[in-house]
Design a protein around this ligand. Structure first.
Ligand SMILES: [Zn+2]
Length: 1058
């Protein structure tokens, strides 16, 4: 198969009116005129011919190499320890150069070689679906009979596309389809050459997840995900039979479920129909012939890894999130802070609608910056505060154009012309640029901070430093399991490592302690005391904090008293039999404490059970597996309303972030308990059936990482855009009181929010599209700051530009979050169906408008999206979306909430785990072995593989693992001697052991969360757990294999192209 590059280009999110998240995009029922061409006569070819791609507009912010650091004027403080202004480039040669030409949009003027998965894909026999790899009940027979899907044998190579035999009546339309002018061009690949698809799927167990979604019921109404309901156009439906051929496709809009007929099974694989249509037995399709994620990652690393990425070019697509590369800020925010689903927006809403590619940015405002890159500068304009546009309030940035000899500036966002304040005046050089351009971060960089004035502070008062409040559930089980002692012991050392501002000796963060079961115990740990004092509040209905002085203290000052307290807590409750707990009052106590101390901060709550004690927020077990795969399944994800809802608001108003560490032994209603954390920028950690011996280190590692994270408090963010488009939907661990201000009680280095954009008007290719993300927050020292990230994108009238500038990892982040939100309000099968439809739509639009004409039987994918289907399939098989009774409701709810706050790297890894072979390790080499595809086929009996997805980690040992390896790693003669339930490798003194342990710890280090290592032997029962992460295979919980999914999508695309 040839996997050459592709061509692709532009648009932005499907800006259907009213579409949010999945709204309009899907639900917009009625056939929109915009989609009209889909149904049009086959000849319609409204896309631009390939190869006519417009050259990108030149960079708005291109700039010469920056000046030396010393030139920054005195009101610019460096925000960190790195003296140099820009990190030394890894590859000096490219330093300061305008761009790496190959990535420069200008480069590809010629039609890219189509990535034609011809050889094999073209031969994919859709008929093999018939056997119903898909689970779900077989559709009514009549629908089966009508299904025309039969495997069309692929045409012979080099021949013009012929409708394969009798079974392919529906193929003929494809042939004459859009690109008919070139229909007779030689086939890119020997379509049939490949073995016809075997039908691994056939005969397999039914899969869930797939069967349903496609055939699905009526799509949601106009509201899309938000508003389930029959789409207005619903009744039109797809005629089941002949309708699929010929021009009938006109009506239904791809991606618009509203149009789909209600007949179940209609689109889906037909379990029953298989036999007859499938034709002769087929050989298995070569799995190597379908696009490989690991290959894409490896190629990008080889091509762009290690090279300095300069951000001076508008609309350039950064290296993949999996690629390691240093970044030099030259006027646009680093991709560590902002990534986009595409870097070239379609100029018009119509184009956006046409392609249905979501237009979104994933913003991680506090992303960690590696040591070799410059931390953000802080600009301080004193009492004047930051300079802003008078009209739209955008902050001074590289997109402001100085005019009139420097006396005025024109806003790049709203075009308003503003006076330059006298103190800020500077002359312009012959290029029209201020002569202090390189001395001011806000003129030359994509990201920087402003010191905020009192106007930006709550109540116009100087802020207090934030506080960390540790709240420990001391009910019977926690004391008995040793958890309470573990936490208390850890805190003694952990508190020495509270984050502090660079340069300061000790942290300004105050600390306080609460223990609780049915009642709350507050502790006075004032430094003057010899012994801590406890105050008990048993009236949990009206929570208050019984002491102020001595409750929130400086750890260094009160260290002795705190030590004393931490030593005593486990003993104090050693004899307690209290097993009931409260929960809401615990959070309320935190909010009240911060209110009294006039500060923001974070609660660390260590909790085990469902709060059943009589108090606000008391919960009942409402878990019900019978709801899975019904329209009521969504209720399993919905939090209980009422007091929890109000509590989130109170927390956000006070800047009180909640981190929840859960240690459940059964259902605890995570959907509700995690509701407050997930609206306050908090994290939820969950350790099922926690045991100190096996899970202790895992938990402590999470706790340490969490406490030490870089973080901002009491944050409010706004995303401003240039005219023509705007942010309309927001996904994250956030709270919103209105439609524009994103509030977060705190935001740490791992939290990302995803913002979707829609058109208001036509965008200009010349000026491009600009966005500015401004985050107002309180530092750990109590300073109020504004963190600014700017990014400029291209705009194009050519869809090919959009597709070329897409980023699959960002797209899947968007889809993951929007789907995870959608399942709160819609049946899961609708959500899955929408995902598939949109996938097919995006790809068919590319095919129709951007690809070199070729046989309909060929699957052609945009180069930048060639592995999109594998991620999409994996998303539909993820715990929240899969609809399996095998998975615990709490685990599903937990993962759903985790995804909502994930950045691009996290969703990438979650949906395509890293599977690394360790049996051929070169212990002398620094390099990690190349990961392999996540499929059972890649495992070998004599092999050893490490799999991780950011949440779980497995070491899989083949039955035939060589004894010497087993000996080196485990110090036992054979696998049979291994103890069950191992969660760590013994520390043995040999190179292999050291190497493997260092690989494991290196991976743990890189991830936001710690992972518990699970060691599984091939064929052992726990291997089932491991197998669910082999995302290219059919899922144990229901869900198609990658191959099946790709075939399915391919068929959908062909239908759309008819
Ligand atoms: Zn403005």
């Amino acid at each position: 198969m040839s996997q050459q590059g592709y061509v692709a280009a532009p648009p932005y999110s499907q800006a259907q009116p009213g579409m949010g998240g999945y709204q309009g995009g899907f639900g917009a029922g009625p056939a929109q005129p915009l989609y009209g061409h889909y149904g049009g006569p086959p000849q319609t070819f409204n896309g631009p011919p390939t190869g006519m791609m417009k050259a990108p507009v030149s960079s708005a912010v291109g700039m010469p190499p920056p000046a030396a650091p010393s030139q920054y004027n005195p009101n610019v403080q460096q925000n960190g320890a790195h003296p140099q202004r820009y990190p030394p480039p890894a590859t000096p040669a490219s330093y300061g150069q305008p761009s790496q030409s190959q990535y420069n949009n200008m480069a590809p003027a010629a039609p890219p070689p189509a990535q034609q998965l011809t050889n094999q894909m073209s031969t994919m026999n859709l008929g093999s679906y018939a056997s119903g790899p898909m689970q779900s009940p077989p559709p009514p027979t009549n629908s089966v009979a009508q299904q025309p899907f039969q495997p069309a044998p692929p045409p012979a190579m080099g021949q013009p596309m012929m409708p394969p035999g009798p079974q392919s009546p529906h193929m003929s339309p494809h042939m004459s389809a859009p690109q008919s002018p070139q229909a007779n061009m030689p086939m890119a690949g020997p379509p049939m050459a490949g073995p016809p698809m075997a039908a691994p799927p056939m005969g397999g167990p039914p899969m869930s997840g797939m069967g349903r979604p496609f055939p699905g019921p009526l799509p949601p109404g106009p509201g899309g995900f938000q508003q389930p309901g029959p789409g207005p156009a619903g009744p039109t439906g797809y005629p089941q039979q002949a309708g699929q051929f010929g021009g009938h496709m006109a009506g239904p809009q791809p991606g618009m479920p509203g149009m789909m007929g209600p007949q179940p099974g209609m689109m889906g694989p037909q379990p029953g129909s298989a036999g007859g249509l499938a034709g002769p037995p087929q050989k298995k399709l070569d799995p190597d012939s379908i696009p490989s994620t690991t290959q894409v990652i490896e190629d990008d690393q080889a091509k762009r890894g290690g090279q300095v990425y300069n951000t001076n070019i508008r609309g350039q697509v950064p290296p993949l999130v999996t690629t390691e590369f240093p970044i030099q800020d030259q006027g646009n925010a680093s991709p560590r802070f902002i990534r986009c689903t595409t870097y070239s927006l379609p100029c018009t809403a119509d184009l956006a609608k046409q392609c249905q590619v979501p237009l979104a940015a994933i913003i991680k405002p506090f992303a960690s910056v590696p040591k070799n890159e410059t931390p953000l500068y802080v600009v301080n304009h004193g009492e004047t505060g930051p300079i802003r546009c008078n009209r739209c309030k955008a902050y001074m940035c590289p997109y402001m154009q100085f005019i009139d000899g420097g006396r005025r500036f024109q806003c790049g966002f709203c075009n308003c012309v503003n006076e330059v304040p006298a103190f800020y005046f500077q002359h312009l050089d012959h290029m029209g640029r201020r002569v202090d351009f390189y001395e001011r971060p806000e003129l030359s960089l994509g990201s920087y901070e402003f010191a905020a004035t009192l106007d930006y502070c709550k109540n116009n008062k100087v802020q207090n430093p934030p506080a960390y409040l540790f709240m420990i559930d001391v009910s019977y089980n926690n004391v008995k399991s040793g958890l309470v002692k573990l936490i208390c012991d850890e805190l003694k050392t952990l508190l020495d490592n509270l984050p502090c501002e660079d340069g300061s000796e000790s942290s300004a963060i105050k600390v306080g302690f609460v223990t609780y079961n049915k009642v709350l115990h507050f502790y006075n740990v004032k430094s003057a005391l010899a012994q801590p004092q406890m105050m008990v509040v048993s009236d949990t209905a009206e929570m208050f904090v019984p002491l102020l002085d001595g409750f929130l203290v400086n750890y260094q000052d009160s260290r002795a008293v705190i030590y004393n307290l931490l030593d005593q807590i486990p003993d104090m409750f050693a004899d307690s039999n209290e097993s009931e707990t409260v929960f809401v009052p615990v959070i309320q106590a935190g909010v009240e404490a911060f209110k009294a101390a006039e500060c923001s901060g974070k609660l660390f709550i260590f909790h085990s059970s469902m709060p059943t004690a009589e108090a606000p927020g008391k919960l009942k077990n409402r878990d019900d597996k019978k709801l899975v795969n019904t329209d009521k399944e969504k209720t399993l994800f919905q939090p209980q309303k009422g007091v929890y809802e109000q509590l989130s608001k109170d927390c956000v108003a006070q800047g009180c972030c909640v981190d929840l560490f859960l240690f459940p032994s059964q259902y605890v209603d995570v959907a509700t308990m995690a509701d407050v954390p997930s609206h306050t920028g908090g994290s939820v950690y969950k350790y099922n059936n926690f045991q100190v011996e096996t899970d202790g280190e895992h938990f402590l590692t999470d706790l340490r990482k969490d406490v030490q994270k870089s973080i901002g408090f009491d944050a409010i963010m706004r995303v401003r855009t240039s005219t023509g488009f705007r942010a309309t939907e927001f996904f994250g661990a956030i709270h919103m009181n209105n439609t524009t201000d994103i509030e977060m009680a705190a935001v740490d280095c791992d939290k990302a929010l995803t913002v979707e954009f829609k058109h208001d008007d036509t965008l200009s290719e010349e000026t491009g599209a600009l966005m500015q993300c401004a985050l107002l927050y309180t530092t750990i020292n109590g300073q109020r700051r504004l963190r600014i990230h700017n990014l400029s994108l291209n705009c194009s009238l050519q869809l090919s530009e959009l597709y070329k500038s897409c980023e699959t990892d960002s797209l899947i982040n968007f889809f993951a979050k929007s789907a995870c939100r959608a399942i709160l309000n819609q049946p899961l099968k609708n959500v899955r169906e929408i995902l598939v439809n949109q996938t097919a739509h995006m790809l068919s639009c590319y095919r129709k408008n951007c690809a070199t004409p070729s046989a309909a039987s060929q699957l052609i994918l945009p180069d930048a999206m060639k592995v999109f289907p594998v991620y999409m399939n994996s998303l539909m098989k993820s715990a929240p979306l899969v609809g399996s009774t095998e998975l615990s409701t709490d685990d599903r709810a937990h993962q759903r909430l985790s995804i909502m706050a994930m950045g691009v790297e996290d969703t990438q890894l979650l949906l395509y785990p890293r599977l690394t072979p360790l049996h051929n390790l070169d212990v002398g080499s620094e390099a990690l072995p190349a990961p392999v595809r996540c499929s059972e086929e890649r495992l070998s009996e004599s092999g050893m593989f490490l799999l991780e997805n950011g949440q779980s980690m497995f070491l899989w040992l083949g039955l035939g693992s060589p004894p010497d390896i087993v000996q080196s790693l485990f110090n036992v003669p054979s696998l049979a001697h291994l103890q069950g339930n191992m969660s760590a490798l013994p520390e043995l003194d040999n190179p292999l052991s050291a190497k493997v342990r260092s690989i494991i710890s290196g991976l743990m280090e890189k991830r936001p969360n710690s992972m518990k290592l699970q060691i599984v032997r091939q064929k052992d029962k726990p291997e089932m757990l491991f197998r669910q992460f082999l995302v290219e295979d059919k899922s144990l919980h229901g869900g198609a294999s990658y191959m099946d999914f790709l075939c399915y999508v391919h068929r959908e695309i062909r239908l759309l192209l008819t």
